[in-house]
Design a protein around this ligand. Structure first.
Ligand code: PMP
Length: 364
């Protein structure tokens, strides 16, 4: 079988290891496994949402409302935008796919920071597009402008806060880049972790309607992080109606499930859970900062629900990650991003206690 040539150049996305794999491979009881690898919400499923999912279980035989009216209505009220400004995806991942398919071809290119969300590259490569990256993982105006003028990319990805580094770009800096780029380049502002950044420092808060004046800009959000619905796979894009109409042509019917739709509607209307999640996170991330300082290694100031620890040459992130895994602690090794670093999702108090204990033993 000969597959499309573009596939030769694509590395399969490496998802965080599931708890089941650690149970199977290392014989560790599932309750002893601590998964801090995929930036999920450590509190668990919002009980209000859980009830909604159960209440809707008897509707599993029905296709969902394909207009997704109620979810769009809830998002439109939350963000003061119109329903015509919203597209829902099976995770914001799927919206990224729609965007790539809507504008890229083998003669085009995309631009992103040196280290950023892996799916930007994968979707662009599926379309045969070329990938350009700036020198820094931070989103620096000069670096983006130089590459923009040189390559005229069809898409610029601005991930703020950025995954897997955790740093954020201020609203002012994002608008500076947007204002300097012409309308032929689509700009994705990926706010998957925006709730955490906005709660930490309003300078970094970007709301979808801050960007609605620009016909070439789309804001992406997700229910997978602060809303605790990673397993339901619901995300969204918010842009001017004309862009949303174009993206709709890429969308398969019923692209999120009946239960996912019900869950996202309930989650969207419940701010309390998000507030509690952020409060726990803000308290627990301080422990990770203090821990790094006490043990003499660097970290990137985080605006997300994870923290990135940076190691010097005497510590090898791959060895540390492997040793932690054997102990039932799953974190994300960033060696595949060319960094001697690891990304740890901030867990509950108990999960973090377990992480710190094993980590100290491993580095000893
Ligand atoms: N953007 C970024 C920056 C992410 O980190 C993720 C998930 N890891 C996504 C988008 C996709 O999230 P989802 O598909 O779960 O909405």
């Amino acid at each position: 079988m000969r597959y499309n040539k573009v596939l030769e150049n694509i590395k399969t996305y490496e998802a965080g290891k599931p708890i089941e794999l650690v149970v199977r491979e290392f014989g560790i009881a599932s309750e002893d496994v601590v998964k801090l690898a995929s930036n999920e919400n450590p509190i668990g499923t919002n009980p209000v949402v859980e009830k909604t999912i159960i209440a809707n279980a008897s509707k599993a035989h029905l296709y969902p409302d394909d207009s997704m009216f109620e979810l769009k209505d809830a998002l439109a009220s939350k963000y003061t935008v119109g329903e015509e400004n919203i597209i829902i995806g099976a995770g914001s991942d799927q919206v990224l796919e729609f965007i790539a398919r809507a504008v890229l071809d083998e003669n085009s290119s995309v631009l992103m920071s040196a280290v950023t969300f892996a799916m930007y590259e994968i979707y662009a490569k599926q379309m045969g597009a070329k990938i350009y990256r700036t020198a820094s993982f931070e989103h620096k105006y000069d670096e983006f402008m130089e590459a923009y003028r040189m390559y005229k990319p069809k898409i610029i990805y601005l991930c703020t806060p950025n995954n897997p580094t955790g740093d954020a770009t201020s609203k002012e800096a994002v608008l500076e880049i947007i204002n300097a780029v012409d309308e032929e380049t689509l700009i994705v502002v990926d706010g998957a972790y925006m709730e955490y950044a906005a709660a930490k420092d309003s300078k970094y808060a970007i709301a979808p309607n801050d960007l609605l004046d620009f016909p070439n800009v789309i804001y992406l959000g997700t229910f997978s992080k602060a809303y605790g619905l990673g397993g339901m796979r619901v995300g969204y894009g918010i842009a001017q109606a004309e862009m949303i109409e174009a993206l709709y042509k890429m969308r398969p019917p019923f692209n999120i499930s009946t239960l996912s739709l019900a869950a996202a509607i309930a989650a969207c209307k419940d701010n309390t859970f998000v507030e509690e999640s952020i409060a726990l996170h803000q308290e627990q991330i301080k422990r990770y900062e203090a821990f790094a300082k006490e043990n003499g290694f660097a970290y990137i100031e985080s605006y997300t629900n994870f923290i990135t620890y940076l190691f010097t040459d005497d510590m090898d992130s791959t060895k540390i990650a492997d040793a932690l895994l054997k102990r039932g602690v799953i974190i994300r090794n960033l060696a595949s991003y060319g960094m001697n670093a690891m990304r740890i999702t901030i867990g509950t108090q108990r999960q973090n206690d377990i992480f710190f204990r094993h980590f100290l033993e491993v580095i000893a």
